[in-house]
Design a protein around this ligand. Structure first.
Ligand code: CDT
Length: 305
């Protein structure tokens, strides 16, 4: 299967959904011309990364959320994908009928059916305005921690699972998917180029940690991974690009070169996942769960010596 990543350049506050969807469709058309069969878009593809802004009354930001999917704005994307026979995944902000807010992504079959919904587990940042930071990262204010957990689905013959942005830094994410035999992990991200609490941690280190996380997760679970950025300047704030496709050996096999809308793609031979899964990462043969209790029984570090 040829898998694509549709990197999206900055989306400004004033940019309407229809314009963003048109950009997504242009990349999908290009992907189709180049033989892509499954296309990965970023986290929060439809809007600016608004958690950088603080509002006292969070309801003022409900307009960034989708109450149904597909909806009037995204239906043309679903229609195009069905016409092209393209499977895809993208992230958006979800407001449920019960009034819950999630940072969500979905996998859609080439027939246009939503096969799987994932709600972001690891929400970084903080819940209240913090004047000490160079910019805010208020995901904990605007979203609930996801309630779906990490699941896989078979789409187009491939076992696929989703993670969203900060999830990629947590080995628990990868192993939860790995234990379900995942062959393709999709990750959309919006990562500011600057650490908002440390001037020393600039873009090079940020990109290095991103790549390290994705390559390690792919290798340790013998899976392909596609990590796709929303990047460049958004309302004066810079987010790094660096979209990549990684093979089950942990090697980068495709990489974006710019900071705007850009397609990356790679031929993925999912039979290659079997070697690692049956040798060094044969979980049934080698895992020692009797020693892993702390991973699910405690969150913070406990020093008892
Ligand atoms: N969107 C997202 O999760 N971004 C985070 C920024 C970390 S700094 C609070 C990331 O892990 O890339």
């Amino acid at each position: 299967m040829i898998v694509g990543g549709a990197q999206i350049g900055g989306i400004q506050k004033a940019e309407p959904r229809a314009t963003v969807v048109a950009r997504m469709m242009a990349l999908m058309e290009q992907a189709h011309r180049q033989g892509v069969q499954f296309l990965v878009y970023p986290e929060m593809t439809l809007t600016t990364f608004f958690p950088r802004f603080y509002v006292e009354d969070r309801a003022e930001f409900d307009h960034w959320f989708e109450t149904e999917m597909p909806n009037a704005a995204t239906q043309p994307l679903f229609d195009l994908a069905r016409r092209l026979g393209m499977g895809f995944t993208f992230g958006y902000c979800e407001l449920t009928p019960e009034g819950q807010h999630f940072n969500t992504s979905i996998i859609v079959s080439p027939g246009g059916e939503i096969l799987s919904t994932y709600r972001k587990t690891h929400l970084p940042g903080h819940a209240d305005h913090d004047p000490a930071r160079t910019h805010q990262h208020l995901e904990k204010r605007y979203f609930l921690a996801g309630d779906t957990g990490f699941n896989v689905v078979r789409n187009q013959g491939v076992i696929m699972g989703m993670a969203i942005c900060n999830d990629r830094r947590w080995p628990e994410t990868w192993r939860s998917l790995g234990l379900q035999g995942v062959e393709l992990v999709t990750i959309g991200y919006n990562t500011p180029s600057q650490n908002n609490l440390s001037a020393e941690e600039g873009i090079e280190r940020r990109v290095y940690h991103h790549e390290l996380s994705v390559c390690a997760g792919a290798y340790q679970n013998s899976t392909y991974a596609v990590a796709v950025a929303k990047c460049g300047l958004e309302d004066g704030n810079h987010m790094f690009a660096g979209s990549i496709i990684v093979d089950p050996d942990g090697f980068v096999i495709a990489r974006a070169t710019g900071e705007g809308d850009e397609l990356i793609l790679a031929e993925c031979d999912f039979d290659k996942c079997a070697f690692g899964k049956s040798t060094v990462f044969n979980f049934a043969a080698h895992r020692r769960i009797e020693h892993y209790g702390r991973i699910t029984n405690q969150t913070g570090v406990r020093i008892e010596v």
